[in-house]
Structure formats: structure tokens, C-alpha cells
Design a protein around this ligand. Structure first.
Ligand code: ZN
Length: 240
């Protein structure tokens, strides 16, 4: 039984959407029903003007619908992760760069919806934008797994914006793929990325590593605070 559980966890850790770094044990689901009870804080309490595009709260994501548990487009993180992200943002602003956040804490029920979607091969609506080179049946296991590190509250998906000055709008740097593009091109060091795209990925990675985040090598946008406050605890409180 224990071997089976460890094996299942290893499979989950190998998966793209469910990257989970170095936590070999079975996670414990907390009983918290609100972000505050889970110890999660809204990043905007630290950075009121941080740029966000919380994709799972709307339709512009790989499922194509708002995702279970996202009642509002907000980024919640455990305080140490939020404070580390604040330091990343403030350092980047000195170089006329900013973060744009796509996802932070992710409720367990959202991950369950991802698995249901992956099992429904009749729904191919987002194939062109999110997995054009893969059969949907290949996503489950390799790209989508039943446990996500995001549910622990110290993981964030994000990209970089270049801000040329107060007269100019910030524009996204070219990273070579969009968020949640299920393809080897999304690997941070993919040789298929152009030198300029790779340089942008490396710039993001350097900024995040400086404040203690580690990248998941299969997704250039996915980072987890290395010193996770509660590495065995997952939450299901809605984002609201
Ligand atoms: Zn992620």
C-alpha cells in the first residue's frame, strides 16, 4: 500500500501541471474553508498594483471554462511565499521589468476538474491553443496529475513584462509559448526556443531564484518557494 502511494506520488511529481518538487509523502488535506483560515494572503495586500491575469477564474485557459474553486481572480499565497514574490517584483522594477501572475494557490477541487477534463477525450476545444502536437490521451499522467504543488500555497505561475517608461504600457516578453502550453517547447531550457526567448526565460529564472524560488524545468512559468512553509499540506478553500 505504501509502495503504491509512493509510486502514485512519483507519477504526480513527474507531471507538468502537478509539479511538486521534493515532497515524497502523501499530502494531507487541510480542513480550512477560507484562504485566511489556510494561512493564505492576497498578494495585493503586499503589492496593490501587481499585474495579474488569473486565467482559471475565466474562460481563457486550457479547459475553456472558469475552473471550480475560483470564485474571484485573486492570487493567494502563504505569507513567506508572498513576501518572497514581493521582493522579486521590487527588484525587477528597478530594471523596468514587472511580473504578470497567472496562478498562485490552487484549490484541490480545481485540480480534480483538470483530471475530469483530461479524461473527457470528446472535448477537444482547446487543442489548437494548448496541446496542438499531443493526443489528449497523453496529457493525463505526463501533463495533468491528481495532486498539484499549487494546492500547498507556495507555488506560482508567472511571466515577465517590460515597462519602457511612464508613457508606455508594459508589454510581455517573448517566452516562446503561452501559459499552460503542453509541449516540450515549454521546457525552460528547450533547444527549440530562440536565443532571445531563452534569454527571457533565464532572466525570469534568475530573478525568482534570487529570492528562493525554484523553477520546474518542464514549465518555464512555474516556481515554488524552496523553503516551503507546509510542504505536506494541501488546501481546498475557494479563491474568493
Ligand atoms: Zn504551475
Amino acid at each position: 500500500m505504501i509502495a503504491a502511494r509512493v509510486s502514485a506520488w512519483a507519477i504526480a511529481c513527474a507531471a507538468l501541471v502537478a509539479a511538486c518538487a521534493s515532497s515524497p509523502r502523501v499530502p494531507v488535506l487541510s480542513s480550512a474553508t477560507t484562504p485566511a483560515a489556510a494561512g493564505l494572503i492576497d498578494i495585493r495586500t503586499l503589492l496593490p498594483d501587481i499585474v495579474e491575469d488569473i486565467r482559471y477564474a475565466g474562460r481563457d485557459n486550457f479547459v475553456g471554462t472558469p475552473i471550480d474553486g475560483y470564485l474571484a481572480p485573486r492570487c493567494y499565497l502563504l505569507r513567506p511565499a508572498a513576501e518572497a514574490l514581493q521582493h522579486v517584483e521590487l527588484a525587477l522594477r528597478r530594471d523596468h521589468l514587472r511580473l504578470k501572475i497567472w496562478d498562485c494557490y490552487r484549490p484541490v477541487r480545481a485540480v480534480r476538474q483538470f483530471v475530469r477534463w483530461a479524461n473527457d477525450t470528446s472535448d477537444q476545444r482547446t487543442k489548437a491553443t494548448h496541446y496542438p502536437n499531443l493526443d489528449k490521451r497523453a496529457l493525463l499522467g505526463d501533463y495533468i496529475a491528481p495532486v498539484s504543488g499549487h494546492s500547498r500555497g507556495a507555488t506560482v505561475d508567472l511571466t515577465l513584462l517590460q515597462c519602457l517608461g511612464p508613457e508606455h504600457a508594459c508589454i510581455p516578453l517573448d517566452m516562446g509559448t503561452d501559459f499552460d502550453f503542453f509541449d516540450p517547447l515549454a521546457h525552460t531550457d528547450s533547444p527549440r526556443a530562440t536565443p532571445a526567448q531563452h534569454a527571457n526565460r533565464v532572466r525570469l529564472r534568475a530573478a525568482m531564484m534570487e529570492q528562493g524560488f525554484a523553477n520546474y524545468a518542464q514549465e518555464w512559468w512555474h516556481y515554488t518557494l524552496s523553503a516551503e512553509p507546509t510542504p505536506q499540506t494541501i488546501h481546498d478553500a475557494p479563491v474568493q
